[in-house]
Ligand binder design. Structure first.
Ligand SMILES: [Zn+2]
Length: 105
């Protein structure tokens, strides 16, 4: 999965956390066959919950590319891509790391 966070490629130790872009931390999780880097387990949890919500709503089995703009406080406006298909959404997480607000944009 290709991931762009606030305009920069992310998802590895070099490029930064797959959700927030931070380069500190040392947490990895395999998602859809990719070993992704996260700054912490909380970002990983939020990322997984977001990906699962997108898959549930779109019926997709995977996501090719995910463009994420925003942060924890403002919420995030995102575009998920699968082949030629695009799915735009806004997501804000709650304090438990679950999807609090989810809107199709
Ligand atoms: Zn993070």
């Amino acid at each position: 999965m290709k991931i762009i966070v606030n305009g920069k490629e992310a998802g590895s130790k070099e490029t930064g956390c797959a959700l927030c872009g931070a380069t500190w931390g040392e947490y990895y999780e395999e998602i859809d066959g990719d070993r992704l880097f996260f700054c912490c387990d909380f970002c990983a949890l939020e990322f997984k919950n977001m990906v699962n919500e997108v898959k549930k709503r779109t019926g997709w089995s995977k996501i090719d590319e995910l463009i994420i703009n925003g942060n924890y406080y403002t919420g995030r406006t995102c575009i998920a891509k699968l082949g030629e298909k695009e799915y735009k959404f806004y997501v804000k997480f709650n304090e438990e790391g679950d999807v609090g607000i989810f809107k199709e944009v």
